[in-house]
Write a protein that binds this ligand. Structure first.
Ligand SMILES: [Zn+2]
Length: 561
């Protein structure tokens, strides 16, 4: 398409909250993939007239499941499901990229990858056009760390995990139902996260604690990213607060040590924070977040699609769906244990507006979004494709910015839910700027990338959206249909200084980068620590430790150090 080295976006209404710019008419200059204050020469500059339009940074998805073995299983399960094919277009990588771009996204984080399956994710990343991407390694059931979890040996753990990141090109770490598979080997549901395992003498809580300490000691760009056991379940809230209070009690300060100026503020990021209040009461979580600014969450909005894939490592949820809730769910299940590293499950389901719990899950996300005071603690997500499709974003955005849109959507929801919930009476909504925070600014800062993503500062990556709407001319809370229209067809999307979307045309010919980080571990003693791990693999695993090594063209990699 238009492949210019230099672009000037003239007279747009600019929203760039990181730089305290909230609707200011100004020009944005782009050269060689970055935002600049002046061009090296005035030759060959593409001029975009943004008069009457709104200019914002590109969006960032901090929690998605788009590149893994499990996604292939979804494709397999969906291959003879017409509804799936229709709604998700087979979940093809090109469709995923296209949908993200059309909604203004240029960066995604694949949130759950087992280390030995990282190569599959990297392979998919290479086939996923345009978008910048990164992945989190799930290490919460990682047997080679048994000794470190047991003894709290943070230094050894940091050396080993830093090495693992450089082998796999991971960006950070995910904690997910620690050593739950051990409990399940005995067909037991774990009711207490502080209880030691049967085979190992440490608790799930010890794993959370040690991973958080280790990530901070490495100074990684992103904090520990957690999915708490009991997700979409009654026990979820109790477990959530057990973990939150524990991490709070460590009294750690965020310690991102990368060279980027803007650092993250959190020591723990909670995935899909709306999935833990089964009773629909979010007060304790709202209060916790308001009082503890060093925690961030993403809110996974439920869009009530005709069918949704489930990609999870949560056995309790799967157990519930395929035993207690079996009549409701007629879909097939694929389950697998990854040697040494944990479990994964894939199936399908349908959220329904007449189902009480589905409505609660939906409302929790809105309740948190509207009531947590500091919008930079909250990120927008869909737990894609678990709760919603990227294409649903304009509709979801309207619920956030307009009470009227929200009330209209709620009309045919479950009656008991409508009787009890407080959303209906709440006359609050988010501003356009809040929406930019949740979809752009907060995820960028939370990922430790606030200096280069989610903003329009000089030297930042030129990842920009131009919306065909003047958000100061109209009241978006009333004219939300216009706002939805502008979001549904973003006029321009610019990625690394290249126009990749202009009106209806999307250009998939470019390749994004794979972001990764190894953090800063001590060199001293490294040889011995790694050689011990190599021995451990030789003794107990069917792969060598060195099998993790991923070789790929260095030009696609972008190290955050
Ligand atoms: Zn998820």
């Amino acid at each position: 398409m238009m492949d210019g080295n230099k672009i000037i976006i003239k007279n747009g209404l600019v929203y760039d909250p990181i730089n305290n710019i909230e609707g200011e008419k100004k020009d944005i200059l782009v050269e060689s993939g970055r935002i600049v204050d002046k061009f090296t020469s005035t030759k060959d500059v593409i001029e975009i007239d943004a008069n009457g339009k709104t200019v914002i940074p590109s969006a960032i998805d901090i929690h998605t499941h788009i590149a893994s073995q499990q996604v292939n299983w979804v494709r397999l399960l969906g291959s003879n499901n017409d509804k799936f094919k229709e709604v998700w277009d087979g979940l093809r990588l090109k469709t995923i990229a296209k949908d993200y771009i059309s909604m203004g996204y240029t960066f995604i984080l694949e949130a759950n990858v087992f280390p030995s399956l990282a190569k599959q994710t990297i392979f998919n990343f290479q086939q996923l056009p345009v978008l910048d991407k990164a992945m989190l390694l799930n290490i919460s059931n990682f047997w080679p760390l048994e000794l470190e979890f047991q003894r709290g040996k943070i230094k050894d753990m940091a050396v080993f995990l830093s090495d693992l990141l450089s082998k796999t090109y991971g960006f950070g770490f995910k904690v997910y139902n620690p050593f739950e598979c051990e409990t399940w080997d005995f067909k037991e549901l774990r009711e207490d996260l502080s209880k030691q395992g049967r085979l190992y003498n440490f608790s799930a809580l010890d794993v959370y604690e040690n991973v958080v300490k280790c990530v901070e000691s490495l100074g990684l760009p992103h904090s520990t990213h957690a999915h708490i056991e009991g997700y979409e379940n009654k026990i979820g809230k109790k477990n959530l607060f057990t973990v939150l209070e524990k991490i709070k009690s460590l009294d750690l300060a965020p310690n991102q040590t990368t060279n980027l100026n803007i650092k993250r503020n959190q020591i723990l990021h909670l995935a899909h924070g709306n999935a833990y209040a089964y009773d629909g009461n979010n007060e304790t979580l709202i209060n916790f977040l308001n009082e503890n600014q060093n925690f961030s969450i993403d809110l996974a909005f439920v869009a009530f699609n005709e069918i949704n894939p489930i990609i999870t490592s949560d056995r309790r949820l799967i157990n519930f769906m395929f035993t207690e809730d079996a009549i409701e769910n007629q879909h097939k299940l694929i389950s697998s244990a990854v040697e040494f590293e944990g479990d994964s499950f894939v199936s399908m389901r349908t959220f329904k507006k007449n189902n009480y719990q589905d409505c609660i899950l939906w409302a929790n996300a809105l309740d948190l979004a509207l009531n947590v005071k500091n919008k930079s603690q909250m990120c927008f997500s869909l737990n894609y494709p678990n709760y919603g499709n990227i294409k649903n974003i304009p509709e979801i955005a309207s619920w956030l910015i307009s009470k009227e849109a929200r009330d209209n959507f709620m009309k045919n929801m479950n009656r008991d839910f409508l009787k009890n919930n407080s959303l209906k009476n709440k006359n609050v909504s988010l501003s356009f700027s809040d929406f930019i925070y949740m979809t752009r600014v907060s995820p960028a800062i939370s990922l430790g990338l606030g200096s280069i993503k989610g903003n329009l500062s000089i030297e930042a990556d030129a990842d920009i959206n131009i919306l065909d709407i003047d958000v100061q001319e109209i009241d978006v809370s009333k004219e939300y249909e216009n706002f939805k229209r502008a979001l549904s067809n973003i006029e321009y999307v610019i990625k690394s200084g290249k126009i990749i979307k202009k009106q209806k045309n999307i250009d998939l010919s470019t390749q994004g980068s794979i972001f990764w980080s190894r953090g800063k571990a001590e060199i001293e003693g490294k040889k011995l620590i790694i050689s011990k791990k190599e021995e451990f693999y030789k003794k107990y695993a069917s792969i060598f430790y060195d099998s993790y090594t991923t070789s790929l063209n260095q030009t696609i990699l972008r190290e955050i150090d």
